[in-house]
Design a protein around this ligand. Structure first.
Ligand SMILES: [Zn+2]
Ligand SMILES: [Zn+2]
Length: 424
């Protein structure tokens, strides 16, 4: 058990991997759990290292993505600890977990009952709100990653820890970038997804993307944008309208549902008036008859899944692939092994069991919701001397290389592995 004068941080998941994030912070007999996600591999869902629900005094949920939220119902087989998160995150988490339960071909060791029990334990918090859990203070801070996303400042009796979750310090169409005071932070637990990649300059990226989309549509084609349901889809639509694309835009699948939920939370959208105006100009599509109609005329179709692993986008793909005046616009990092990554690397995509060459109609634009290398470095540079940096949520090579970069700068950095504990 941790004493008053020491805090123990344990990495239960997301050590040297992107997925199943879970970290616990213990001090003076109290323990808070930061996220408890799932890693969806092709074979089965993988969860973080086990935790005993009765040993957890509270859970902090940074945002809705399943790699942060998808394991939480496991803690609610019989009651469970309070969860601090935004109401928007709780609602979108419900949407994503229900979808996972519906589509998973593999056994998920909880059901809707545990999800409901989990939701009963949600205590909503918002930006800059503090709560106290048996001597540990949790403060929610805007993370700029997806609508409703938070970081946490965790203050124990002997140290201040900043847990970034997934974060973006750059403003996007949809969100205000994260701005945090790091002057009091002793330990920074930071994601490192893009620690080896610099993102392109945002306004140039927007112009390049919109002009290519316009070219395809003006040439009589359909621009199909496979995109994550939460955040990215709505961002893409906003970018196109801001860049004066005034043709038809269709929004399908869970992106449609997520957009409806977001409309109820003006405070989490950077420019809410603009967002509602954009959403009014978009046609929401449901069912195959409406999908057929969306395919009749040149236009833009935005639909999950973002890496072409199933979802409504597959319906469109089968149709548009036959005519190369159409375009496939990938707008996010494609995880190795996904059909989207194969398409990006080889130009080929499997449709109805056949491998089709789509290299002359595939485009890639890096619209990330994560801080890039430069932003991560700028963030770390704000720390006071002697602060510790624990890196998680990245590919092993990326995270280890970034650890070495930080050490070269004289910073006490570590690429943490699952099962590692740190006493501070
Ligand atoms: Zn995320
Ligand atoms: Zn994540």
């Amino acid at each position: 058990m941790s004493s008053k004068s020491e805090t123990v941080i344990r990495i239960h998941g997301a050590g040297l991997q992107i997925g199943r994030e879970a970290i616990s912070v213990s001090n003076d007999g109290a323990t808070v759990l930061l996220d408890y996600g799932v890693l969806m591999t092709d074979r089965k869902p993988e969860f973080p290292e086990r935790v005993t629900p009765s040993s957890i005094n509270a859970v902090f949920l940074s945002h809705a993505h399943l790699d942060h939220s998808g394991g939480l119902p496991l803690l609610y087989l019989r009651g469970g600890p309070p969860i601090y998160t935004t109401t928007l995150t709780a609602k979108i988490t419900t949407l994503l977990i229900e979808d996972m339960l519906n589509i998973s071909r593999y056994y998920v060791p909880y059901e809707d009952l545990e999800l409901r029990e989990m939701l009963d334990h949600v205590h909503p918090i918002t930006f800059n709100q503090k709560v106290h859990v048996k001597g540990i203070e949790l403060e929610g801070i805007n993370a700029g990653h997806i609508p409703g996303s938070l970081m946490a400042k965790v203050r124990t009796k002997n140290s201040t820890i900043l847990f970034t979750g997934d974060f973006n310090t750059t403003d996007t169409r949809l969100l205000t970038g994260a701005k945090v005071d790091l002057s009091d932070v002793d330990v920074l637990i930071m994601e490192s997804t893009y620690a080896s990649t610099d993102h392109p300059e945002r306004s140039q990226l927007e112009r390049d993307f919109a002009s290519k989309v316009k070219e395809v549509v003006e040439g009589g084609g359909i621009a199909l944008v496979p995109a994550f349901a939460v955040g990215r889809s709505q961002e893409i639509v906003s970018v196109l309208r801001a860049q004066n694309y005034d043709g038809p835009i269709y929004l399908d699948g869970m992106a449609r549902e997520a957009a409806k939920i977001m409309k109820g939370f003006p405070k989490y959208i950077r420019n809410y008036d603009e967002f509602t105006k954009v959403m009014k100009s978009v046609r929401l599509v449901k069912g195959n008859r409406e999908r057929q109609r969306a395919l009749q005329k040149p236009g833009v179709i935005v639909s999950p899944a973002g890496m072409l692993r199933g979802g409504a986008v597959m319906f469109y793909l089968e149709h548009i692939i036959k005519d190369h005046k159409n375009g496939i616009f990938l707008v996010s990092f494609q995880i190795p092994g996904t059909p989207g990554r194969v398409l990006l690397d080889t130009g080929k995509i499997a449709v109805e069991g056949k491998l089709i060459d789509a290299s002359d109609m595939t485009y890639f634009y890096d619209f990330s919701a994560h801080s890039g290398r430069k932003e991560l470095l700028d963030f770390v540079k704000q720390l006071k001397g002697g602060a510790k940096v624990i890196l998680i949520h990245g590919e092993p090579e990326t995270t280890k290389a970034f650890q070495d970069t930080l050490r070269g700068m004289g910073i006490d950095a570590v690429a943490a592995n699952n099962g590692d504990s740190f006493t501070v």
